[in-house]
Design a protein around this ligand. Sequence first.
Ligand code: NAD
Length: 364
Amino acid sequence: MNTYKIAVVPGDGIGPEVTSSAIEVLKAVAAKCGFEMTFEEYKVGGSAIDEYGHPLPEAALEGCRASDAVLLGAVGGPKWDSVEPALRPERALLGLRAGLGLYSNLRPALLFEELASASPLKNVSAIDLLIVRELTGGIYFGEHGRYDSDDVLSDGSVKGKVAYDTESYSEGEIERIVREGFRFAMGRGKKLTVVDKANVLESSRLWREIAEKIAPEYPEVALDYLYVDNCSMQLINRPSDFDVIVTSNMFGDILSDEAGMITGSIGMLPSASLGAPGTPGMYEPVHGSAPDIAGTGKANPLATILSAAMLLRWSLNETEASDLIEAAVKKTLADGFRTPDIYSGVGDIPVNTSEMTQKVLERL
Ligand code: NAD
């Protein structure tokens, strides 16, 4: 029997509530599909600051490295807002990403037809796209700085302070993320859109060259390109036409929030961050620690439960178990159960966090 070691980072706020829901679902699906999972919990973020004086204790990073996959809730909250920047809970996330070598961020945007009314778009039915965002390069990590300039502008004023951030990508960085894009497109609708700004950016032109070079290895995948400004419009205009989008760190950061919102509530959005094949991936809901509703039973656990389904599919290759969870979530929504964030009145049955988890378990 296959046994998998899962590192769990519940984090702060609603993090522990939603991760425990996901663990219940994982245990149930493992029993059903005939494999075993062990869960080792690590304190990271605010809870780790309280206990160890540091948001990412070395033992937690080591534990995550030694696992098959990491399931994370969310970190942070007002209690730690005045902590010095280098020790903020959110720094732990950057430390985990860097420490685990996670270079691709996967954000599916799936509109459950049962929740179509929660989408801010009119007349949408089917949205099922995946954004593959490069996570460790580009402008967020390029050379940046400030200097003073006495140069004079066309209107006669002096430049004064200058600040700069540099978008820079190497062939290797682009190739590994574009390959991820093709790989995921092969497992889905076989359509890949490279999103860039190749009309003005040299780095984008290198992305296109590399995509063209790799494309012959995936003859079944239809490859196209969109400028990021056009893509942001088309996501609203014709979201159903997209399958997989691969893009740089900053463009992906912005577009994945946009794509997420058109599907409805933040409480429904899962995500994954992956590194080199064979290394543990990290799976987490897109939302934060929601301190405003922590401990009230209002948290929607579905984003974390769907993150657990992604973990099974992409890190453990347990596709049947993943399919079962996704089907159980869909059935739970079809049967009308709604946490407050997705409750819209007529016909909906209001439930709290643990009731929603129970409804998913019953449908598994
Ligand atoms: P948030 O996502 O925590 O909350 C935004 C709003 O969405 C709140 O009204 C909240 O109640 C609601 N919400 C979030 N998740 C929900 C869920 N599962 N069910 C129902 N409603 C939900 O964002 P924020 O308020 O900007 O940040 C709160 C804290 O979380 C901050 O400390 C922030 O730094 C941190 N944060 C952490 C992560 C992470 O760990 N990956 C991500 C974002 C924010």
